[in-house]
Design a binder for this molecule. Structure first.
Ligand code: SF4
Length: 63
């Protein structure tokens, strides 16, 4: 499985958890932003964890 795209929906409440789990990929200011230059393959497990733990299911992964 490979992650080809990560989207953050408008439901994001900027709780900061995704950045805590995987700071290489997620940066949270007013809302979470994805570092598109990050190596999604290398951080696969952390990205999946961040998506699973998001309280409002705002992290949408395209696999
Ligand atoms: S975990 Fe979800 S709600 Fe929290 S900052 Fe990340 S995308 Fe937003």
């Amino acid at each position: 499985m490979e992650i080809t795209e990560i989207k953050i929906s408008d439901d994001c409440i900027a709780c900061g958890n995704c950045e805590s789990v995987c700071p290489e990929v997620f940066k949270v200011n007013e809302k979470s932003e994805v570092n598109t230059k990050a190596d999604f393959k290398k951080h696969y497990n952390e990205i999946r964890t961040a998506a699973r733990e998001c309280p409002v299911e705002a992290i949408i992964l395209k696999l």
